[in-house]
Write a protein that binds this ligand. Structure first.
Ligand code: CA
Length: 687
């Protein structure tokens, strides 16, 4: 500790000054980015997820082993990137819990549980996940699933302040990591499948006071909100919406993940979610571009003032959220160095935009893309494939579908190789217009027809690919193929390595060639991105393990407790094996109380309210194997009155009555009597 800091500490104790002890992480430290640190979600403000550490490299990676590990008290999807500052590792788990460890030894320092009500799980389209914290001046910031933004003391985990950033009566969620920029904490929200009206907020890091808010869709009444977005809405965004169901739901466009700050441009870039309901004919009469849904929006961090936007999918019809990882880089383009912001979008195009103006530099397919032929570089708009919009009642089967060619799993960039490593996937999905639609407040409102979920089975491309994309040459230099579409985020290092997890394997690839150099069986699926750091000259690699998220809800991985594994060279620790998963045994249907409910009505209810979470093969209980369907009284206690609220099962009395519950039970009993299907359906919904 320097003499000045020692004096500051003495003064703090003597005077009890509120701002003391907060030297911690600040803009200078994030921008200077010491090699051993990982101070913000993407390590540095540019979010390249590239570490200059090279102790673990092509020659030494074979010696990589576990230094320490821990198991958490929650299962399902673990999506957080661990941050490391001043020898402490901070991470989050499902249900927005925060944990601090001694980063070298793994000693638990403190933990914080925001006690999110279990029934809030119903409002989370795609698992009760959390992607991590922000650090700023002695505090740790987390967005809780129920819409709170919470500031914790970095040393103790004690709550400094907590604010509700959303209307708790609406199905908003927070799953993304906050970002700390210029003394403000930026936070978005999710919920575009219900939908809600998305926005990003900036809170004073010190006090928790709201500094500004920018809405991503207009107020359906056309009235101003008293928000930073008012001028853009009035000037041009409101005119891109027309009559339709968006007026009931708010239009979606929720910024639930990508938020990136560029100190050089002094802009923040925000990726916005799909337009809601998904079906543009229902949403807005099939008219207009629907700004700022499915867009990248650039704002001034001080005021929230609009600067530019680029809409990746005008009048989105396919759940093409544009929230994916936004990365800033200096690229050699047309003989000059150009500062750009880049995104591997759900819609299958890799976008390169000028960071200052938002002008499109390039947009190229990094996976097979059926919905559009190309992006017109003059207009910046996609040239849509004939029939891609299913508004005439046809069935559109295409890739990417709602899970995207690339989802939230962060990509990484190696400036040494000039390559971006994209965790890509190719998954077909079918879309149809329903014959009728009525908006149900608080429920999924996609506007999708039924009976169209028959994706193509002949796949010319592997379902999973790690694509090493050259953003200047606009093509892949190498690809690694995987059986699994839904895999982890990516980490790139100066050791010439790219870290990525697929199935149960944590892998290191040669960043230049894609050759697999190292593999470690973590015992479960990992979807988060690894981070790396150094303490006392020792490099560590940290990975959250736990399968889930949108892809996990329809996947085949059992529920297992989340884990954090930290690796170093010559690490010799062996984590204990996970317990063998226990399958739900078939029911004794002779013990069932017979039901006189309508199987047909029950099937419709199941599709609307149950199937997203309880699909066969997912990790939530298979209802046709659940003893609760044998007994009408116990069934109603859970389904209507919330007897299993703490487990995430919300009470559904707000949606239907006792007769409907019995219809649902009748359908589930009828399904339980059928022989088990031979193959598991895979992932037909997105985030
Ligand atoms: Ca979505």
């Amino acid at each position: 500790m320097t003499r000045m800091l020692q004096w500051a500490a003495v003064l703090c104790i003597a005077l009890g000054v509120a701002s003391c002890g907060k030297q911690g992480v600040d803009a200078k430290r994030i921008e200077a980015a010491a090699a051993g640190d990982w101070l913000t979600h993407g390590r540095t403000y540019d979010e390249q997820r590239f570490s200059p550490l090279d102790q673990v490299n092509k020659d030494t990676v074979s010696r990589l082993g576990v230094a320490w590990w821990t198991e958490f008290d929650t299962d399902r999807g673990q999506e957080a990137t661990p941050l490391i500052a001043d020898g402490v590792l901070y991470t989050t788990t499902t249900w927005s819990k925060v944990f601090a460890f001694d980063a070298a030894t793994g000693k638990a320092l403190w933990s914080y549980d925001p006690e999110v009500p279990g029934e809030k799980g119903f409002d989370a389209c795609c698992d009760v996940v959390n992607r991590g914290v922000a650090l700023w001046k002695g505090r740790v910031y987390v967005g809780a699933l129920d819409g709170r933004l919470i500031a914790l003391d970095a040393k103790t985990g004690k709550v400094a302040w907590s604010v509700q950033t959303t209307d708790p009566k609406q199905p908003y969620t927070i799953t993304g990591a906050p970002r700390a920029v210029k003394g403000k904490i930026l936070i978005g929200n999710g919920g575009a499948e219900y939908p809600v009206r998305g926005y990003v907020s900036a809170y004073d890091a010190e006090t928790g006071k709201l500094d500004w808010r920018f809405h991503m869709t207009p107020n359906p009444t056309g009235a101003p909100d008293g928000a930073a977005s008012d001028k853009a809405m009035k000037d041009f965004a409101y005119a891109t919406w027309h009559d339709g169901a968006w007026k009931e739901g708010g239009g979606g466009a929720t910024p639930w993940d990508g938020i990136t700050y560029d100190p050089k441009s002094d802009l923040i870039y925000i990726g916005t979610g799909n337009a809601g309901p998904w079906n543009g004919k229902i949403r807005t009469g099939g008219k207009g571009d629907n700004l700022f849904a499915a867009s990248i929006v650039a704002l001034r961090p001080d005021t929230g003032d609009y600067v530019w936007h680029y809409q990746t999918t005008p009048r989105d019809d396919w759940d093409f959220d544009a929230v994916q990882h936004l990365m800033v880089a200096d690229l050699p383009i047309a003989g000059k160095t150009q500062r750009v912001v880049m995104q591997a979008n759900k819609n299958g195009f890799y976008y390169v935009l000028d960071a200052a103006t938002g002008k499109l530099v390039s947009a190229d397919k990094f996976v097979p893309v059926d919905w559009a032929i190309e992006v017109d570089l003059k207009t910046g708009r996609p040239v849509e494939a004939p029939g891609a919009r299913y508004e005439d009642g046809s069935v559109q089967t295409q890739t990417p579908g709602a899970l995207g060619g690339h989802n939230w799993q962060p990509m990484a960039f190696s400036p040494k190789e000039g390559l971006v490593y994209i965790p890509a996937q190719t998954l077909y999905m079918s879309y149809t217009d329903p014959k009728e639609f009525s908006f149900i407040p608080g429920a999924w409102n996609l506007g999708m027809g039924r009976g169209a979920d028959a994706p193509k089975v002949d796949k010319p491309t592997p379902m999973g690919e790690l694509v090493a994309w050259d953003p200047v040459a606009k093509k892949a230099r190498w690809k690694a193929a995987f059986a699994e579409p839904w895999r982890s985020g990516v980490l790139a290092t100066a050791g010439g390595l790219v870290f990525h997890a697929a199935g149960h394997d944590f892998l290191a690839f040669d960043a230049a060639t894609g050759k697999a150099l190292w593999k470690y069986d973590v015992g479960a699926g990992a979807i988060a991105a690894a981070s790396t750091y150094a303490i006392d000259g020792q490099q560590y690699v940290a990975l959250m393990v736990g399968f889930g998220g949108a892809g996990g809800m329809g996947g085949e991985e059992p529920r297992r407790k989340g884990r954090l594994l930290v690796f170093k060279l010559d690490g010799k620790v062996t984590p204990k094996p996970f317990p063998e998963p226990v399958a739900q045994p078939p029911l004794d249907l002779a013990a069932a109380t017979p039901s006189k409910g309508s199987v047909a009505r029950g099937q419709a209810l199941s599709a609307q309210f149950c199937g997203t979470c309880h699909n066969a093969g997912g990790y939530l209980p298979v209802l046709t194997r659940s003893p609760v369907i044998l007994d009408p009284v116990g069934f109603k206690a859970i389904v209507l009155d919330g007897a299993k609220k703490p487990h995430g099962m919300a009470p559904f009395r707000r949606f239907f009555d006792e007769a409907s519950a019995e219809d649902l039970r009748a359908y589930l009993l009828a399904e339980a009597r059928k022989p088990a299907p031979p193959a598991k359906a895979r992932m037909t919904h997105g985030t």
